[in-house]
Design a protein around this ligand. Structure first.
Ligand code: SF4
Length: 304
């Protein structure tokens, strides 16, 4: 029988910002039982969590082709919850104009970046390394026309002349990719000041992957829309792990993933429910020890 080692990477799973956003969503649903409650975007980028919110009576408005400001127009009245990713000032203002009850679940780490960028824009330009069409980047780019969102080296090269420059970034990016882009920005603008803003939760999850030894398969449990989950898989490949998979839950595992492997590591993005990750770990551990493939009939529903 083919046996292999399984490591549950720590830390993994929900970060403080996500735990807080989920608590706020639950409390809001309980506080407004007779009022429509809308979430502006996915509370976190995880379909299981969004479905659980729906069970609580919260309707998540999500359309990757539309901005938060555009989605807001679909809410006629009641409560709007802003997600952990944060929103631009224009969204706050429009929600006030529409007389909506605003509940803000913006992660304190994202708010810190907003404050930093807002202050700097009073006297200088900001180069913000982030993902186009990501809600967090949309929120920061909406602070001022002096914020220049860039996602590639080519976009840095194409920037106009800027003054009194601060270089900062989205909180959930890859520490490796961001360092490369930040270096390129400093080469182009040598007097720029750096303010790295990848959050602590993202940093320590990524460093735990880079520290893995003798691992040939990495399983990241996370939603395909989750930026930080995708980053963990990419980082695993860059760290030399032969095969790295992103799975939403144990229903996407199959035994061929572990053929001939010696050491499997399992982690999860900061938006992934703990119950889903634990099930994945149990399935793989059981297979590693017994050689019998025996996944549960149902995916864990304990996500909030
Ligand atoms: S990943 Fe970081 S920035 Fe995003 S919600 Fe979690 S702690 Fe906040």
């Amino acid at each position: 029988m083919h046996k292999f080692e399984v490591t549950a990477v720590t830390p993994r799973g929900y970060c403080q910002g996500v735990v807080r956003a989920i608590r706020i969503a639950r409390e809001t649903a309980a506080a407004y039982p007779d009022t429509p409650v809308h979430m502006l975007g996915m509370i976190v980028h995880n379909a299981h969590v969004v479905a659980a919110c729906r069970e609580l009576g919260i309707l998540c408005l999500e359309d990757p082709a539309r901005t938060r400001l555009e989605l807001l127009e679909d809410i006629p009245s009641g409560v709007v919850i802003f997600t952990a990713h944060g929103v631009s000032d224009a969204v706050y203002e429009r929600a006030r104009e529409k007389s909506l009850i605003v509940v803000d679940a913006t992660c304190p780490d994202v708010r810190k970046t907003h404050d930093l960028v807002r202050e700097h824009c009073t006297h200088g330009d900001v180069i913000y390394i982030g993902k186009h069409r990501h809600p967090e980047a949309e929120g920061v780019a909406g602070i001022s026309p002096r914020v220049h969102l860039i996602a590639t080296a080519e976009e840095i090269d194409a920037l106009p002349e800027l003054h009194d420059i601060l270089i900062t970034n989205q909180t959930t990016l890859s520490i490796l990719d961001t360092a490369v882009l930040a270096e390129r920005a400093v080469q182009r603008f040598p007097d720029a000041v750096m303010a790295p803003e990848i959050c602590n939760a993202t940093t320590i999850r990524q460093k735990a992957i880079l520290a893995l030894k003798d691992t040939d398969v990495l399983i990241v449990v996370g939603d395909p829309h989750s930026n930080n989950s995708n980053q963990l898989r990419e980082l695993g490949k860059k760290a030399g792990i032969h095969t790295a998979y992103l799975v939403e839950d144990c229903s996407q595992l199959y035994p061929e993933m572990f053929a001939d492997c010696r050491h499997v590591a399992v982690t999860s993005g900061s938006s992934t429910p703990t119950g889903l990750t634990n099930q994945v770990i149990e399935v793989i551990r059981s297979y590693a020890e017994t050689g019998i493939w025996n996944p549960p009939a149902e995916v864990s529903a304990a996500v909030l």
